[in-house]
Design a binder for this molecule. Structure first.
Ligand code: FDA
Length: 396
């Protein structure tokens, strides 16, 4: 008889959820992690307040808000384990929370409350948690799987791989899930950093750098995809929620569009200023609607010295376009060092969406960020971790 019924590799969001659910079904569960503490990414998430779900991370909106080669894949798990079901757990554990914006739910207190909730539930369900243990080779056996953990060999009928993606290697991210997928002949789609700040070539950066620290509401677009959120100028380029969101869609060589006056018409504003305050400079007018340093930079770009009252419609149109149709060409991103997530991963074609089990390897499951499912910023990725972990926990 194997040592355990289920071994879960990775004590992150997805792995702990799968472990809890399997153990609640009476399965003998072991959760293993090489990090000293479970749930380290949960601890640092949401600026230490964990944006643990989003009320819109539902199957109904899933096709739009989750990226992957098959945008329908996530819908089954998302419909079976909903944001409400996670919110119920949070409430039952007496964890106070609030909606910040756009359906994003954050803890009022530290994110460690969510980690404690999960580790307590795991222990209460009877699962073993081994942290600070290196995972070595994994083999298929007649009864299931054998995993080298430290110097010992542990066996189980089912193996759930929940070791996450490549983002933030400093926190212990490894490519173990991808290596295991390949070992068992499962395909892995191209991986790249997502929800990540974008960087610019030195010439463009020279212009952006003086604005480091400035934040403005903006609509950022890539093709038909648009996000209206804050944009932040940094010493390396652009960040802020609007940029992180668009980064998941952006590809090398593409331009992004920026509208710095969302919901307003810059040309109307400039024409009104020409009528009402004809002696002002364009950048002074812009500074009435935008952060001062940003207005100044735009003023230099637009390069229309003199009074606004003297400017033709053609010149005002060009100025308005610079504000609302700013096209920028990032050269790259800050990479996995700061990316919140990894796009791509285990090819969903090889997994059963109802259970996350590999179609060709009975007993082997892949869940969470390791899989080619990536959510928007704002609690979507944790909801995917909970939902995929929950469905695997019902089956493993
Ligand atoms: P996760 O990475 O959480 O867990 C994987 C586990 O496997 C880790 O404990 C790791 O130590 C372990 N592991 C890896 N390799 C191993 C190996 N070789 N051997 C043994 N163990 C191994 N999302 C969201 O919805 N709301 C938010 O507020 C945030 N905020 C946020 C901030 C920052 C800074 C980052 C980097 C990310 C976020 N995210 C987020 C994204 C979110 O953290 C992410 O989607 C989930 O943690 C993914 O959960 P998983 O369980 O799949 O992987």
């Amino acid at each position: 008889m194997p040592d355990f019924d289920v071994i879960v590799l990775g004590a992150g969001a997805a792995g702990m959820m799968a472990g809890i659910e399997a153990a609640r079904r009476g399965r003998r569960v072991l959760v293993v992690d090489h990090a000293r503490n479970p749930g380290e990414k949960i601890r640092i998430s949401g600026g230490g307040r964990c944006n643990f779900t989003n009320i819109n991370a539902t199957a109904a909106l899933g096709r739009e808000r989750f990226l992957g080669a098959n945008p329908r894949f996530a819908l089954s798990a998302l419909s079976r384990f909903t944001p409400d079901m996670f919110i119920d757990r949070v409430k039952r554990h007496g964890i106070a929370f609030h909606e910040k914006t756009l359906g994003q739910l954050f803890c009022d207190g530290p994110a460690t409350q969510i980690v404690a909730m999960l580790t307590n539930d795991l222990r209460a369900a009877g699962a073993a948690i081994w942290t600070g243990r290196e995972v070595g080779s994994v083999e298929r056996t007649a009864e299931g799987f054998a995993v080298m953990v430290g110097d010992g060999r542990v066996t189980a009928a089912s193996l759930v791989v929940a070791t996450g993606g490549k983002s933030i290697p400093k926190m212990g991210a490894t490519g173990l899930a991808y290596e295991l997928a390949r070992q068992f002949d499962l395909a892995v789609t191209e991986t790249r950093p997502g929800l990540v700040p974008l960087t610019f070539e030195p010439g463009a950066l020279e212009k952006l750098k003086p604005l480091a620290g400035v934040s403005a509401d903006a609509v950022v677009t890539h093709g038909r995809t648009r996000f209206e959120e804050a944009l932040l100028f940094t010493h390396r380029g652009l960040s802020g929620p609007a940029i992180l969101q668009i980064s998941s869609y952006w590809r090398e060589g593409d331009a992004i569009g920026v509208d710095l006056l969302p919901g307003r018409d810059a040309l109307d504003l400039l024409r009104a200023a020409r009528r009402e305050t004809p002696k002002l400079h364009v950048h002074t007018v812009l500074a009435q609607h935008l952060p001062k340093r940003l207005a100044q930079m735009l003023g230099e770009t637009i390069d229309l010295p003199g009074m606004i009252g003297d400017l033709s419609d053609k010149k005002l149109t060009a100025a308005a376009e610079a504000v609302q149709r700013w096209s920028l060409k990032p050269v790259g991103s800050e990479g996995y060092r700061t990316a919140e997530v990894t796009l791509g991963g285990i090819d969903t074609a090889g997994l059963d969406p109802r259970t996350m089990q590999a179609r060709t390897v009975p007993g082997l499951y892949f869940i969470g960020e390791a899989v080619d499912v990536t959510g928007w910023l704002g609690g979507y990725n944790f909801q995917w971790a909970w939902a995929s972990g929950w469905v695997a926990g019902q089956a493993a």
